[in-house]
Write a protein that binds this ligand. Structure first.
Ligand code: MLT
Length: 264
C-alpha cells in the first residue's frame, strides 16, 4: 500500500485529472505557481515521489522508477473517478516516472506531458556518479553537490537576475533528507532506455523544454518528440531546466492548450 503524499491544488469540475510529478531533488512544491494557472475544470494533483517531501518515509526496495510509478498510480486512485480523463505530467525525474507508467499501465493514461526530461538510460559513468552521490547523501545529508543544483537547474540568466528563484530552489533542496536523495539517485541509475516505449505508445503527448535547459537540452527533447507518434514540442523562452518554476504562466498556457485538445 503506497504512502505517497498527494496535494490537491484544485478539485476541478469533471474534465479530468492532471497529475504533476516533480524533479530531483525537490518535491511537489515546485508546481505551486503553475498548478494555480491550470484550467479550473481539471482536478490538479501533485504527488511527492518516494523519499522526498511528504513522502520522505516511503523508500520501497529495490529503488526503481517502476516502484515510483506503481506508488503514484496507487496514491492517486482515491482521487480519480473512472470517467474523467487522466493525464500524467513529469519534469525530469518525474518524466522518468511517466515513462515507467507508460511501460506498465498505458491503458490508464489519456495523455502524457514530458517537461525537461530525457528518454535514454544513463551511461555507465553517469550511473556510477549517481551511486557516488547516493553514498555521500546517506553520509552527509543533502550534499554540497546537490545544493549546487539550486542555480545550475535555472537558466544562467535567471540564476543571476532572480535571486528569489535561487532561494526557492535552495529551500526545496535543503529540506530533503539524504535518504530520499540517495533513493532517487539509485532509482534513476537503474532506469532503462525508454525510446521503444515512446515509439510504441499511442497516448497523445506534449513535450515542454526551457530554451536554456543545460540538463535536458532542446535537442534531447526534440528526440523524444520525434519518437512519439502523436506529440508536439513547446520551447519556453527565458527558462532553464526548471521551466515551471521559472516561467509558470508560459508552461501553464502550453498545458492548457494541450488539455483543451484532449477534450476535442
Ligand atoms: C531532475 O531534475 O529531476 C534531474 O536532473 C534528473 C536527473 O538527474 O537525471
Amino acid at each position: 500500500m503506497s504512502t505517497l503524499h498527494v496535494t490537491q491544488f484544485h478539485a476541478g469540475t469533471g474534465a479530468g485529472t492532471l497529475v504533476l510529478l516533480h524533479g530531483f531533488p525537490v518535491d511537489s512544491r515546485m508546481w505551486a505557481a503553475t498548478a494555480s494557472l491550470v484550467d479550473a475544470s481539471w482536478q490538479v494533483l501533485a504527488v511527492d515521489l518516494p523519499g522526498l517531501g511528504g513522502s520522505a518515509d516511503y523508500l520501497p526496495e529495490p529503488a526503481s522508477m517502476d516502484a515510483s510509478a506503481a506508488a503514484v498510480l496507487d496514491a492517486i486512485e482515491p482521487y480519480v473517478s473512472g470517467e474523467g480523463l487522466l493525464v500524467l505530467a513529469g519534469l525530469s525525474m518525474g518524466g522518468y516516472v511517466v515513462q515507467a507508467a507508460l511501460r506498465s499501465n498505458s491503458e490508464l493514461l489519456d495523455g502524457v506531458i514530458f517537461l525537461d526530461t530525457r528518454a535514454n538510460a544513463d551511461s555507465p559513468e553517469a550511473a556510477a556518479n549517481r551511486l557516488k552521490i547516493a553514498d555521500e547523501s546517506l553520509q552527509l545529508g543533502t550534499s554540497a553537490l546537490v545544493s549546487a543544483m539550486a542555480s545550475s537547474t535555472l537558466s544562467e540568466a535567471n540564476a543571476h537576475s532572480r535571486p528569489e528563484l535561487v532561494s526557492f530552489m535552495s529551500e526545496l533542496i535543503t529540506s530533503q533528507r539524504g535518504s530520499g536523495v540517495a533513493w532517487s539517485q539509485q532509482a534513476m541509475a537503474s532506469r532503462p532506455d525508454s525510446f521503444d516505449t515512446l515509439r510504441q505508445t499511442t497516448v497523445p503527448a506534449l513535450v515542454i523544454v526551457g530554451v536554456d535547459d543545460q540538463v535536458s537540452p532542446v535537442d534531447v527533447m526534440q528526440d523524444m518528440n520525434q519518437a512519439l507518434t502523436e506529440s508536439s514540442l513547446v520551447v519556453i523562452a527565458d527558462a532553464g531546466h526548471m521551466s515551471p518554476v521559472e516561467q509558470p504562466a508560459a508552461v501553464a498556457e502550453a498545458i492548457n492548450e494541450y488539455l483543451g485538445s484532449l477534450h476535442a
